[in-house]
Write a protein that binds this ligand. Structure first.
Ligand SMILES: [Zn+2]
Length: 175
């Protein structure tokens, strides 16, 4: 299971975490593709507890954000929040939230650590976080469109796409 998020979006969450005296929180909107959760948009929501050790998203802002995302065809794939003084693991309080919102929980610390978790059959499991540079995603999306348009003929298109994905990532490693 992977959470795929743009590097710029992740940087933005880390930056806000570093600057804030209270926990920051919000939604990761996007779509699910097999075992991947693809983040298309991040949205900060005010933490109504104004606390450095806990968060609760402002309900009205939550509704507005979800409605807006749905209009753009996006769903909630994750919830993010920051930990200012403890490691990026779900707290007891977070676990309660995870039961209510069984999506990916991304936790960022003020030291810039990033971890993602999901509750599966009552157990917390780690989700791999893949931060993608924009250009790579653009290439892959173009490629996916080409595949759909049938530029690659017949069998093995998924495999070809996967190979190109690997290639795109290998390229990124070189950059
Ligand atoms: Zn927490």
């Amino acid at each position: 299971m992977r959470l795929v998020i743009r590097q710029d979006d992740l940087k933005e969450i880390i930056k806000m975490t570093e600057r804030s005296a209270v926990e920051v929180c919000g939604f990761l909107f996007g779509r699910r593709e097999g075992n991947d959760f693809i983040v298309e948009e991040i949205r900060f929501i005010p933490n109504r507890l104004n606390s450095p050790t806990a968060f609760e998203m402002e309900p009205l802002e939550m509704v507005k954000a979800i409605d807006g995302a749905e209009e753009r065809g996006l769903g909630v794939v994750g919830i993010f929040h920051s930990h200012l003084k403890c490691p990026p693991r779900p707290s007891g309080r977070d676990l309660k939230g995870m039961r209510l919102w069984p999506v990916v929980w991304l936790i960022v610390t003020s030291k810039g650590e990033v971890r993602a978790w999901i509750l599966k059959e009552g157990k917390v499991e780690a989700v791999e976080v893949e931060d993608e540079v924009d250009s790579v995603r653009g290439d892959i999306e173009e490629l996916a469109k080409s595949v759909r348009r049938g530029m690659f003929n017949g069998g093995g298109t998924e495999k070809e796409l996967e190979e190109l994905r690997i290639e795109a990532h290998a390229q990124r490693e070189l950059d």
